[in-house]
Design a protein around this ligand. Structure first.
Ligand SMILES: [Zn+2]
Ligand SMILES: [Zn+2]
Length: 623
């Protein structure tokens, strides 16, 4: 009986987003299986194209003129049915194409790595166990957990969250199952690897990261398909294969690096929630401070909240806006003089977070787009909106001189060198990040997320820009600030002093007891009253030109009942923002995809080869 292979291509084009049938010639029939890469003729010229086999079936009456598979490229399958199911589900949720997700699911092929790959089980004897594992005991009772680990872990070999997660992974391994752990960045990945090492589990770790050489990455991929192990990596690892997957964990799901910046704009948490359902696995979402989405999942009874006991440090909340009042100065000064390290978190990088005119005191703006300007770490004036370098001409009042409205981290670091001449002042920011540092009389000035670890933990953590961070007019300002504060505080030791500068009212009270969960929960309740995400979802469609944007708006008004989908007003040009309930998500994604494909086909305004519409089903940045 003739054999037909279903082949998919890695491509964002909607017209290629389906399975194409090819006959399998007799001589290839025992080489081909699900997940092999194959070479097939495609298009009018019959040019050869590489695709992946997503199904094979006997077909006694195959379609006329079916073309044949020309060659099987890989000696081993490189894609699994579980991966295909995940890509299909994610594409559907995100109004994207399966073909867009194939490149993140299958790394580039290295023939040498394939030859090197030997299908032998690694020997592994578990020798280390944790004395106390709150997470593991919780997972034995319930399968979906939100875990808030112990906060002060700066002094241990690896952070509590990493040790607890590795321990849970080892338990899966012992019962013949793999696990998958997704981390936000390389600094957190390094902490996770320390936990693997400490619990003697390195030999069963399978790392999936783009920083590895291509051939090592491919080798890990092949290993993950065939062996039980602990798979881990950054957000792309959410799509990595994992044999007999039993446990999925994600650290710090609210971190922005979990959001993919290209279509179809998926984020690790949502992908892993889908994957956990598809593969029926346990799920752990862990962070020091929860995301609003996590609060929602707890509120609807999906996740169980597990909080490790917190040892409370000495916490000071000042209501002064002064970053360094005399009391704070004295605390820092005493610590530094006894050789102890201090961390100072400053919200923004650079020399000035904004510039004002010395004459009229008005804020100076970008001449191109009127966005606000700042002075970057290299001393250049730049626009926050369009990111361009800015040459400021004279102000409307005639003056040309400016002064910083608020100093950025580079300027603060310089100032600290003068204030504490006997200490070593270290500066770390997103672009020039220091991940760890030796202890001593150190004053570390760092932007949020760029704080280095210090041996033994910091003796003081100063959150110097707290009011500015929560005061930003963004929906997620509070949630994200709490996350950045809690992560900075986790680098302290249990005896340290934590100082929040300039907080008042309820938030000041909450931070006095480090009640991050309660603070986000309250914020969530406020959003609930207003019907804002994550109570509902927010999708955006950005159009490349205003004519097609208008056509889309008309089509959307015609297609959707206003009780299902609300259109929100936004200031960004050619951007449509829709607010909709979770229950309507898949239907809306499908309709938007169909609508935009049709409108693109009939567009008279698009440039050749241009993508007219970009759909983001969860746009966190529009409000
Ligand atoms: Zn002026
Ligand atoms: Zn600009």
């Amino acid at each position: 009986m003739p054999l037909v292979a279903k082949v998919r291509f890695s491509s964002p084009l909607p017209q290629l987003d389906k399975e194409f049938d090819y006959l399998v010639p007799a001589e290839l029939q025992n080489q081909i299986a699900f997940g092999h890469l194959v070479e097939v003729p495609f298009g009018s010229g019959g040019k050869l194209k590489t695709g992946v086999v997503c199904g094979i079936q006997n077909d006694d009456k195959p379609r006329d003129k079916l073309l044949s598979v020309m060659a099987v490229i890989t000696a081993l399958p490189v894609f699994t049915e579980e991966q295909l199911n995940l890509c299909t589900a994610v594409a559907e949720r995100q109004a994207g194409a399966v073909g867009e997700l194939l490149s993140v699911s299958i790394p580039k092929r290295y023939q040498r790595a394939e030859a090197k790959f030997v299908n032998s089980e690694s020997s592994f004897i578990r020798s280390e166990t944790m004395r106390e594992s709150t997470l593991l005991s919780c997972l034995q009772e319930t399968s979906k957990v939100y875990f808030q680990p112990a906060l002060f872990d700066g002094s241990s070999v690896a952070p509590d969250w990493a040790l607890q997660i590795v321990n849970a992974c080892l338990n899966e391994f012992a019962s013949g199952k793999s696990s998958l752990v997704v981390l936000p960045d390389f600094a957190e990945l390094a902490k996770f690897e320390r936990a693997l090492e400490h619990l003697k589990a390195t030999s069963i770790g399978i790392r999936h990261t783009s920083s590895d050489t291509g051939s090592n990455r491919y080798l890990s991929h092949l290993t993950a398909i065939r062996r039980i192990g602990i798979n881990y990596g950054l957000r792309g690892a959410a799509f990595a294969p994992a044999r007999h997957l039993g446990l999925i964990a994600i650290w710090d799901d609210g971190d922005e690096s979990h959001i993919e910046q290209t279509a179809p704009y998926w984020n690790s948490r949502e992908v892993l929630l889908q994957r956990s359902e598809l593969e029926q696995t346990k799920l752990v979402i862990a962070s020091h401070s929860p995301s609003a989405e996590v609060i929602r999942l707890i509120e609807i009874g999906y996740l169980k909240h597990l909080e490790a006991m917190q040892a409370l440090a000495n916490i000071i909340v000042t209501d002064l806006s002064d970053r360094l009042d005399s009391q704070t100065f004295a605390v820092i000064s005493t610590l530094l003089s006894t050789g102890k390290p201090v961390l100072m978190q400053i919200a923004n990088a650079g020399w000035a977070t904004a510039l004002v005119c010395v004459g009229c005191k008005e804020s100076r703006t970008c001449p191109t787009c009127s966005g606000s300007v700042w002075v970057d770490p290299s001393g250049k004036i730049r626009c926050r909106s369009c990111k361009s370098n800015v040459e400021l001409s004279a102000c409307a009042c005639g003056k040309t001189s400016t002064r910083p409205n608020r100093l950025g981290a580079s300027a603060i670091a310089k100032q600290m060198e003068r204030s504490f001449p006997n200490a070593t002042v270290v500066h770390s920011n997103g672009e020039n990040r220091i991940t760890s540092i030796k202890s001593g009389a150190l004053l570390v000035v760092a932007t949020p997320g760029a704080e280095p670890e210090v041996e033994g933990g910091y003796a003081c953590v100063l959150l110097a820009d707290a009011p500015g961070m929560v005061g930003s007019p963004r929906l997620r300002a509070l949630e994200q600030s709490l996350s950045k504060w809690s992560n900075a505080i986790s680098l302290a030791n249990e005896d340290s002093t934590v100082i929040f500068v300039g907080l008042r009212d309820a938030l000041a009270m909450q931070m006095k007891s480090l009640a991050f969960f309660e603070a986000v929960q309250e914020d969530y309740k406020d959003r609930e009253d207003l019907g804002l995400p994550p109570i509902t979802r927010l999708a955006s469609v950005i159009t490349s030109n205003s004519v097609d944007h208008q056509r889309l708006i008309e089509a959307v008004i015609e297609s959707f009942a206003s009780d299902k989908v609300r259109r929100l007003g936004v200031t960004q040009p050619n951007t449509l923002v829709l607010d909709f309930p979770y229950s309507f998500g898949v239907e809306l994604a499908n309709s938007l995809k169909d609508l935009t494909v049709k409108l693109t086909a009939s567009s008279k305004s698009k440039k050749p080869g241009e993508r007219v519409y970009r759909i983001n089903m969860d746009d966190g940045k529009v409000i």
